[in-house]
Design a protein. Structure first.
Length: 296
């Protein structure tokens, strides 16, 4: 069997899995995201130690990375993290670090594209050619998969920063430093905390916070349906662990679409807007999915 290293480089932690697929995981480890000089050598050491302890060869590695990142293979800064607020990681050539230190081919994607590819290969969008994966947590990100591949043009899409309308009863000014009231600025976890001046985890399930949240995510899904025409939308991230929220989002999305799109997909909204299946392994497994030949 061939083994691969899947690395999810997240803003708070790195997750690394050695496997061929989700049923063949032989090692798995998580490392805190501190600074590159501390965190990255630990990841390399884990991969090399696993390889020697288990007597296997790692054929290639995949990296799903927090960003923004430079995904343009023709760019001189391809494989760099770019404008992150984490200063020690800004402009860091993370792809080259792993290429130089692992001495195997390394595939590179955004963290959300990685998670989307994992869900597309083994999870909630298995076998589906065109879908969108959205994660709502400290930030809001998403991957648009078209014909089994992440959409990439000028750069990768930034779903979290689409402009949406504030709820008529919401006076929160938004917290995105670039756009104030974009989706992320209105609906990420820090926006919830700032709007209600409380840790969102302590809000009850019937708090108006979740009506606002569903209103914002419903608008985002409306826009994504009209622009990208996905066959499924996966909605994950820490905020979506809230009991009943995904049901509220489904209702809002249908209400906002207002009958404009008529398809059997939307008639089965419970199968159209769905939670992820791979949990916190999606990004690292997705990094492995980038390396295996068939993408569906
Ligand atoms: Zn924004």
């Amino acid at each position: 069997m061939e083994y691969f290293a899947g690395i999810e480089a997240g803003g708070t932690k790195f997750k690394c899995i050695i496997a061929n697929d989700p049923s063949t995981i032989i090692a798995e480890e998580t490392f805190q995201t501190v600074v590159p000089e501390l965190t990255l050598p630990r990841v390399v050491e884990f991969i090399k130690d696993t390889s020697s302890n288990k007597g296997i060869q790692i054929k290639a590695a995949g990296l799903s990375c927090f960003g923004p990142v430079d995904l343009d293979p023709h760019s001189p800064t391809y494989g760099n993290i770019t404008t992150t607020p984490k200063l020690k990681w800004r402009n860091y050539p993370i792809l080259n670090f792993f290429k130089n230190n692992l001495e195997v081919p390394v595939a590179f994607e955004t963290d959300v594209n990685g998670a989307a590819l994992g869900e597309g290969k083994w999870g909630a969008a298995k076998g589906i050619s065109d879908f969108v994966y959205i994660t709502v947590g400290t930030g809001i990100g998403g991957g648009v998969i078209h014909n089994h591949k992440p959409l990439f043009g000028m750069t990768h899409p930034e779903i979290g920063h689409m402009k949406i309308q504030s709820h008529p009863d919401d006076s929160f000014p938004g917290n995105c430093p670039y756009h104030t009231t974009c989706l992320e600025g209105l609906a990420n976890a820090p926006a919830l905390a700032a709007r209600w001046n409380i840790d969102p985890a302590t809000l009850p399930d019937d708090h108006p916070a979740w009506e606002f949240e569903a209103y914002y995510l419903g608008q985002a899904i409306h826009n994504l349906i009209l622009v990208c025409s996905p066959k499924r939308i996966i909605l994950g991230g820490g905020v979506l662990n809230r009991h009943g929220l995904i049901e509220k989002v489904r209702i809002e999305a249908i209400r906002i679409l207002n009958g404009y799109i008529s398809t059997s997909y939307l008639d089965r909204i419970d199968e159209y807007i769905v939670p992820p299946l791979l949990g916190d392994r999606a990004g690292a497994l997705g990094a492995i999915a980038m390396l295996t030949k068939s993408s569906n």
